[in-house]
Ligand binder design. Structure first.
Ligand code: AMP
Length: 540
């Protein structure tokens, strides 16, 4: 016997319809590429998204066509999130930090038909225009700011919209139809596309908004620093419409000063980003003796959050850190480190130790860790193995079947190495390919980096495997010192005493000016391993 409830497909357009109907006056504030601050409401967003949907039809966008964006976090990008996916095309968010070679590969692999871009990225678009199939380019600006360019027939976004009606009937799509496409940062091989569906996106939005996940409500003012070109800004543009939260978009200004002034002027309560962006912000706030008057929570993920950063946020600024783990392949939220009652009675240092874990799954995701032969490992907080996940917003195959079937018995192998404790809290110890194998035993580089980052003179630290004649590999620590600090190798190594098993202590420390970061702000360890391939570790 079937249930007798209404059949309504889970569609991205319904999030916008809901936001307009129930939170019409809620604000969206954006720092624009043009330099000024723009503000409007969900009512305006909905009307302009409908105009943009009409404009897409006028440009000939077909159902399922890939429509690309190369844009910062801003209201025009948000309009495209809804106009493209809501009208049945596929929003392909491109990462502007990629090289022109990678970008043209991805655009042609995706078969993008139209590219909408922020003015900042004009040089990048000019660099790829002759190498891609895409023939329609739209600058996300008004006529007054249209650039002089060699791009043929460059269109102006505001003009496209101005010519269109703001009534548009969002189609009743199949909820399994594709809605958006995001390529993985992929440190090996070609980038691979993850093709989200209307259904997977809406289910992920429900889960991400939950109290023990990102914990978002209509009372929040959310500033996503995490870019809308990186896994849909962790779903926050959808979550904001679902819960009716105010949104604040930082545009291109991601330096500490610009972010802090926006946090204060808009009374932001919740933010989200990778650890590297918070470094600049914290340095600015600390150096200038400032504080956060409204921000109470920040979500840190995309790379392990160093406990020292967590302490600064929490102890100095009373901003609670939510450590989260996810992947492009997971839409991206997988786990969030929200306390269970058992943690509430712990002392502060025990709580901090729990917070350095990546946390527990949100409903919908299941996880397990396995050994080299695929046998499931116990949840004792000690055994570590590859992390596998499954759930309705997790990839089942890559776009155009790139790389073959990724699943193992219905589970997606993440390539991360982790432990899980008895409370179900997962902790990433490494990427499988970054793990250091010393005499056959694994050393997790994240632990070592976290300790180094706790040293007051260290701005950034990366630990990689270096060749060792006896042990095969031993840890080599690369350190960027804070300005004005005279750190020594010996002092830094002594800092590890008593904090870690003796044999995990790095064999050597090298001071560097910078650590190479990838397009999504993560340390490029494979690059570092290449750079230090010839490095000879001291023999005593
Ligand atoms: P991406 O698909 O670019 O978002 O990268 C996903 C990868 O980032 C994961 O497989 C992890 O290796 C890493 N990652 C994400 N969040 C965390 C975290 N909180 N701690 C450690 N690594 C993380």
């Amino acid at each position: 016997m079937n249930g007798q409830m209404m059949q309504q497909p889970l569609l991205i357009s319904t999030l916008l319809i809901h936001a307009e109907r129930h939170h019409a006056a809620q604000e969206i504030v954006s720092r624009r590429v043009e330099g000024d601050i723009h503000r409007y409401t969900f009512r305006d967003l909905a009307a302009r998204a409908r105009q943009a949907a009409n404009a897409l039809r006028a440009l000939g966008a077909q159902p399922g066509a890939r429509i690309a964006t190369l844009a910062w976090n801003g209201y025009r990008h948000m309009e495209l999130y809804y106009a493209v996916s809501g009208s049945g095309s596929v929003l392909h968010t491109l990462n502007p930090r990629l090289h022109a070679d990678q970008l043209s590969y991805i655009m042609d692999h995706a078969e993008d038909d139209i590219l909408f871009f922020d003015l900042t990225f004009l040089p990048l678009v000019e660099a790829v225009v002759d190498r891609v199939q895409c023939k329609t380019f739209v600058a996300l600006t008004d006529r007054a700011h249209m650039p002089v360019t060699k791009l043929p027939n460059l269109l102006c976004y505001e003009e496209l919209l101005a010519g269109q009606s703001d009534s548009f009937a969002w189609p009743a799509l199949d909820e399994n139809s594709a809605s958006s496409l995001c390529y993985t940062s992929g440190t090996t091989g070609n980038p691979k596309g993850v093709l989200y569906s209307q259904r997977s996106t809406v289910l992920h939005t429900y889960a991400a908004a939950l109290p023990d996940a990102l914990n978002c409500s209509a009372s929040d003012v959310i500033l996503p620093v995490v870019p809308m070109f990186h896994v849909n800004a962790w779903g926050l543009p959808y979550v904001a419409c679902m819960v009716g939260a105010k949104l604040v978009f930082p545009g291109p200004a991601l330096d500490g000063k610009s972010l802090h002034s926006l946090f204060e002027s808009e009374q932001v309560t919740l933010s989200a980003g990778v650890p590297t962006v918070w470094q600049g912000l914290l340095a600015y706030v600390e150096t200038n003796g400032l504080s956060f008057s409204s921000m109470r929570r920040t979500i840190i993920g995309g790379a392990a959050c160093p406990p020292a950063m967590m302490k600064t946020f929490q102890d100095l600024f009373q901003v609670h850190v939510l450590h989260a783990w996810g992947m492009t392949e997971l839409s991206p939220v997988g786990t969030v480190c929200s306390f269970k009652p058992v943690h509430r009675t712990m002392d502060k240092s025990a709580q901090e130790a729990v917070q350095s874990k990546q946390g527990r799954v949100v409903f919908g995701v299941d996880m397990k860790i396995v050994d080299d032969s695929g046998r499931e490992l116990p949840w004792d907080g000690k055994a570590s193995g590859e992390l596998l996940v499954r759930g309705p917003w997790i990839v089942s195959r890559y776009f155009k079947d790139e790389g073959g079937d990724p699943l193992v018995d219905g589970w997606f192998p993440t390539g991360d190495v982790a432990t899980i404790d008895a409370n179900g809290f997962m902790q990433i110890t490494d990427r499988a390919k970054d793990v250091i194998k010393s005499g056959g035993e694994w050393i997790g580089s994240i632990d070592i980096e976290n300790i180094a980052m706790a040293h007051p003179g260290v701005a950034m630290a990366a630990c990689i495997a270096a060749y060792h004649p006896k042990w095969d590999e031993r840890p080599l620590l690369l350190v960027v010192a804070k300005p004005g600090q005279s750190l020594t190798r010996e002092a830094l190594l002594a800092f590890f005493d008593g904090k870690i098993a003796k044999w995990w202590t790095p064999d050597d420390v090298v001071f560097v000016d910078a650590i190479p970061l990838g397009a999504t702000g993560k340390m490029l360890k494979h690059k570092l391993r290449e750079m230090f391939r010839e490095h000879r570790l001291p023999t005593v």
